[in-house]
Design a protein around this ligand. Sequence first.
Ligand code: HEM
Length: 307
Amino acid sequence: MQALIEQIEHKYQSLGQDPETYLKGLLHTRPLTYWDYIQVDTLLSLQHPRTHFPDEMVFIVYHQVTELLLKLVRHELDQLTSGPLAAAEIFEEKTQRLVRYTRLLSMSFSIMNQGMSREEYNQFRLALAPASGFQSAQFRYIELQCTPLEHLIPPSRRAEARPDMTLREKFQLVYWQDAGYDRATGVKSLTLQQFEDHYLASFVELARRMERDNLYLRYLALAQQGKDTDALRSALRLFDYTFNVSWPLVHLQTAHTYLGSGHEQTAATGGSHWEKYLHPKYQKRIFFPALWSEEERARWGEIEVSA
Ligand code: HEM
């Protein structure tokens, strides 16, 4: 106990503070509770349905769960893409965490696909236009932390990305513009316009910070030093596949469930030609291309691969 008190004294003295003030403060603080620490009341006060359909609550809460898990993905990515290059074991351990979070998202998507009444969904969603999950910025932050901006430009359009272009100009070529940018008329959907007004500056800023430090380049640096391992490569492949193929496919399947397909297809709240746009084989979003064979890349989203 004496040693502990001395450590406390040392801690506050080295901060130029009087240790006694802090020790007395301890006498008065209330013991911590679960609800204060986890902020349960605040968390449970954040669901505000816009209609009276009970299933809208399922929709809101599941989106919030997704955003929280994406926050964990970003938490790991922040650590991997800043400071000194992590050792291969740490890199792998953290990539395994990314896999776990992303897998949970992919596996739990049945809460959307099977867990709401189709009739209710198609009523309450009309009250949500023009909002769309497309406007989830965390998905875009994750992409920018994982791979160079050039990899988010569809292969068919990469030749248009000239070296003298600003980052902001390059953003007009990324695959997600296809959700709402009509290149023939130059018109953007309201969903896309609002998204860019709110977030584009932060995307450009992050892309700039990640130019030399994104996860893919950091992995390549490790590999160049001969320090990468089979376990790391396979963890990165699994993360790439789960985030960029498995999740998009269950998400697309869900759009089919609720919005129909073929002639019965219903317009999405974000107004995209979603059936084509959402398919991973069109998006060709691959974070770590060097880890995939030419055939695997060519048939991305069309064949199951053992990641
Ligand atoms: C019934 C459930 C859902 C349906 C029917 C659905 C449908 C759609 C559609 C049609 C789009 C295309 C953009 C548009 O025109 O709106 C889209 C995009 C998107 N949605 Fe969903 N969605 C559902 C649930 C979710 C959930 C739970 C999330 C999690 C945050 C989410 C995240 C996204 C993202 C990130 C995009 C953009 C995808 C990309 O750019 O690759 N969606 N969704």
